[in-house]
Design a protein around this ligand. Structure first.
Ligand code: SAH
Ligand code: SF4
Length: 340
């Protein structure tokens, strides 16, 4: 049965029209779901019993099941079970400017980046829009606080599930829904170029982050399979065109792998590659996992890389390490549970 959380407000309007109900019922349902947070049609006091019965017959309103939760000072990591028993993760991060959450977009990932736990277990299926929406609802309910920003950087490749991701974004961005501002929503992709062009045409002020992780094709193809299909030069052109079209600054993610991509030569090469682009580089300290051979770069190597980029005039930050101790890198909690 279709989940009610998969529906845009406009989908609900269409549904009510199709069953000869007043279209404003759609707003009432959104209000119950996303403002009052009532997850039972029968408890919606302005919905008649007969209409509630129709809704019950047509839509599921089930939430996800919280299987595990790990907490540390600034982070909560959640393992959720879906209706079909599959497991996904979401991470809450508390910043001084508000709460942000990192949501999963697929069960597993097919992109096969060699350093990533999510990719180690192949994709089982795409997530529906409503399964991503409910990751937010579940966490807000758990912490009894609002979430102010969302990054689609959990398990999965969002641009390999493009339509559901865009639907998810429109549902949470709706002022009558969870009402998360577009500028506070970021999609991270490993670089599926045709979808970057699509995303540029969406006419919504959300953000884009690109997992670059290497400054040349040789190295990038070694650690990211996706680079065999979509070469770095083409990726840079796509980023350039995205910026030209949207006027928005793009984040370049660069995970620091010891002895692999963290030399000063790599830094210089990266600086040359992105010179003149309206981007900023986010250096990510690698989160080591027991199944994968890569090691995290030393703090000295990260700082030297950072300084080199700075000297070349590149905007750069080092990502604060969240939850290393609680398996917070995407996919680790799920992998440990699935393999039990
Ligand atoms: N598939 C998308 C989004 C999910 S991965 C993408 O690749 O962009 C989110 C980010 O986490 C990516 O930049 C990814 O390279 C990075 N990542 C994966 N495993 C990691 C690890 N063990 N430590 C640190 N970052 C990791
Ligand atoms: Fe998939 Fe992203 Fe992990 Fe690569 S880094 S395997 S694209 S989740």
């Amino acid at each position: 049965m279709e989940s009610i959380f998969n529906l845009l407000l406009s989908d609900l309007v269409e549904y009510f029209i199709s069953i000869n109900e007043k279209p404003f019922k759609a707003k009432q349902i959104f209000d119950w779901l996303y403002k009052k947070r009532v997850y039972a049609f029968k408890e919606m006091s302005n919905i008649s019993k007969s209409l509630a019965d129709k809704l019950i017959a047509n839509f599921s309103i089930d939430m996800l099941i919280m299987k595990r939760k790990q907490t540390s000072k600034l982070t909560n990591k959640y393992l959720f079970e879906l209706e079909d028993g599959n497991l996904i993760e979401a991470v809450l991060m508390r910043h001084d400017y508000g709460n942000s959450i990192c949501v999963s977009s697929q069960v597993g990932c097919n992109m096969g980046c060699s350093f990533c736990e999510s990719g180690r277990l192949k994709k089982v299926r795409d997530l529906e829009a409503g399964e991503i929406v409910r990751q937010i609802l579940m966490i807000e309910e758990d912490i009894k606080e609002r979430i102010s920003s969302v990054v689609i950087m959990g398990i999965g490749e969002p641009f390999d599930n493009y339509d559901n991701i865009m639907k998810f974004i429109r549902i949470i961005n709706d002022p009558l829904g969870i009402a998360i501002g577009a500028r506070h929503i970021t999609v991270s992709t490993s670089g599926i170029i045709p979808r970057i062009y699509d995303y540029a045409n969406e006419e919504i002020q959300t953000n884009l982050a690109i997992s670059l992780h290497a400054p040349n094709n040789d190295l990038r193809s070694r650690i990211m399979q996706v680079n065999k299909a979509y070469k770095i030069e083409e990726l840079i052109i796509a980023i350039r065109e995205y910026i030209a079209k949207t006027n928005r600054r793009v984040t370049i993610e660069y995970v620091m792998l010891k002895g692999v991509n963290d030399s000063l030569r790599n830094a210089l090469e990266l600086a040359n590659l992105i010179e003149g682009l309206n981007v900023y580089v986010n250096l990510i300290p690698y989160n080591e996992t027991s199944h994968i051979k890569y090691k995290k770069s030393s703090n000295e190597a990260i700082m030297a890389f950072y300084d080199k980029l700075k000297k070349c005039g590149i905007n750069v930050t080092v990502r604060k390490e969240f939850g290393g101790k609680i398996d917070a890198a995407c996919g680790q909690l799920r992998a440990s549970e699935v393999e039990k």
